[in-house]
Design a protein around this ligand. Structure first.
Ligand code: BG6
Length: 491
């Protein structure tokens, strides 16, 4: 028998996230040798199905990414052999108790110590039921039990606190892993390395040298069938309050005492708490309409969206951090669906060189020629620094060029193959909480957005319409110009 065994239970196993992300990530981790010698995987959902049917269902989603033919097939078979299915009700402690008994029996054959991970891939209204089920019926009696939860963690401060309190009644904060998959994106994970292990950035990383920061998320597709979920939340809750704000917190936090999860999260909370809640004056919301040819649908054309919905599919906001490092620097964020391209990036725009000797050569538009650090989170992961440089040859002509690090060129395509979910599940296995959201962070994040969200709802604020496939509402441009800023992605 091995020293300890691991069981992973995916609650909501027939859902989209489980099929698209969780099972492929579990297989990839197993394939790469990250699983302990013995492990068991359980899919838990309401549909009745036997193990074989379940294996067929998930085998279609598993990819042989590394060495296609020989090695992968047998490994996939072994992996599938360890996968089981349990059909039960999410709100029934009895179902969880039965599952617990099945797990006990499986694990007893493998080891005397069993650790368990429960991945709650279910809608938020049943998080609490599932957490109660785990704690009262299915947690391990011989090892640790950890629970992964996916956003949305509430709709505002109050509902998020209520959810947190309910979860805390049955689980400890130590056991809860709140996922934000943006933290596990390679270039976001790299932010602390970039900032804290290169001398050239940290001395400049403050209001004296940085003019503004932009965090930009865009997708070139609309809600397409996900409108039912999306309409309840909107782009601010779906992307900004979590993914983009997390990126901002890491980008702006003070150096942590160590790389320990608690130290990092202590600093992230402080930045979030130093921000002022976002106001209507600093917000633009939009919703996509049909494209100019009339071929691409409007948001309201999605059958799963309620008629006349005012739900924003685009938002741009300005945030302000009131601390010694950042006072006066505008942080601009925008996020939107059905835009021109799919891209997520961070742009750090530096100030002008005082008394620049080359001003006459650079032209009058100094804003267009300051240094800029661009971190392209996806796609084509890259980091580049925009510089002014002499064009070789006679005379003196200055060009705006870049020092460019393309991940694919430098590290190869393969290096980017580990998805965010693989990384996060591995962290849960190892008990590393650096990339998970602590409850006080979550609370601070909601406090920033809640007044705005309530105001938008109460005022029935009309989103500015923008064509599918465009750059988004013109209002975003005016918001940036109010701060003397031009969106970098539009240049
Ligand atoms: C999810 C949102 O959290 O992130 C989706 O709910 C969005 O609306 C997705 O499409 C974007 O993630 P990624 O990793 O594809 O950029």
């Amino acid at each position: 028998k091995s020293e300890s065994t691991l069981s992973i239970v995916v609650v909501g196993a027939s859902g989209d996230l489980a099929k698209k992300k969780i099972f492929p990530a579990l297989f990839a981790l197993y394939y790469k040798g990250y699983f302990p010698e013995t492990f068991t995987i359980y899919g838990f959902a309401r549909t009745s199905m036997d193990d074989e049917e379940f294996r067929d269902l998930i085998s279609m989603t598993l990819l042989c990414r590394i060495d296609e033919a020989e090695n992968c097939g047998p490994k996939m078979d072994t992996f599938l052999d360890r996968c089981h299915y349990f059909s039960g009700q999410y709100d029934s402690v009895q179902s969880f108790t039965q599952l617990g008994a099945e797990l006990d029996a499986q694990e007893a054959m493998l080891s005397s110590t069993a650790n368990r991970i429960f991945y709650l891939s279910v809608p938020p209204n049943i998080f609490t039921n599932c957490a109660q089920g785990v704690s009262n019926g299915a947690s391990s009696k011989t090892g640790w039990s950890r629970v992964i939860v996916e956003k949305p963690f509430g709709r505002d401060t109050e509902s998020s606190r209520k959810l947190s309190n309910e979860l805390m009644e049955c689980l400890t904060e130590d056991q809860i892993y709140r996922i934000d998959h943006y933290l596990a994106k390679e270039l976001v994970d790299n932010l602390t390395v970039l900032r804290f292990s290169n001398l050239i950035f940290e001395p400049l990383w403050n209001r004296n040298h940085i003019r503004n920061v932009q965090i930009i998320f865009s997708e070139d597709f609309g809600t397409e069938g996900r409108g039912g979920y999306f309409d309840n939340y909107g782009i601010i809750r779906d992307i900004m309050q979590n993914h983009l704000l997390q990126v901002l917190a890491i980008l702006c936090m003070e150096p942590p005492v160590s790389l320990d999860a608690e130290h990092i999260r202590d600093e992230k909370v402080k930045v979030l708490q130093s921000m002022k809640p976002i106001t209507m004056d600093d917000t633009v919301i939009g919703q996509y309409k049909k494209d100019r040819t009339g071929k691409l649908p409007s948001y309201l054309d999605d059958d799963t969206v309620p008629k006349g919905s005012l739900c924003p599919t685009f938002a741009a906001v300005a945030l302000h951090i009131k601390n010694a490092r950042w006072d006066g620097v505008p942080f601009l964020m925008k996020a939107g669906k059905a835009l021109e391209k799919r891209e997520a990036q961070i742009r750090v725009q530096f100030r002008h060189v005082p008394g620049n000797l080359y001003q006459s050569k650079l032209g009058t538009d100094l804003e267009g020629v300051t240094n800029e650090l661009v971190i392209r989170i996806q796609p084509d992961e890259a980091m580049y620094l925009r510089l002014n440089n002499k064009v070789p040859g006679l005379g003196m002509r200055i060009d705006r060029t870049k020092l460019d690090l393309s991940y694919h060129q430098e590290y190869g395509e393969e290096s980017m193959s580990a998805g965010a979910y693989e990384r996060l599940i591995l962290d849960v296995m190892q008990g590393d909480k650096r990339m998970f959201i602590r409850s006080d962070e979550l609370d601070a994040a909601w406090e920033l957005f809640t007044p705005l969200l309530h105001h938008l709802d109460e005022a029935k604020a009309q989103p500015e319409l923008y064509p599918y496939g465009s750059r988004g509402p013109i209002g975003a441009h005016y918001l940036a110009s109010k701060y003397g800023v031009r969106w970098g992605d539009a240049q």
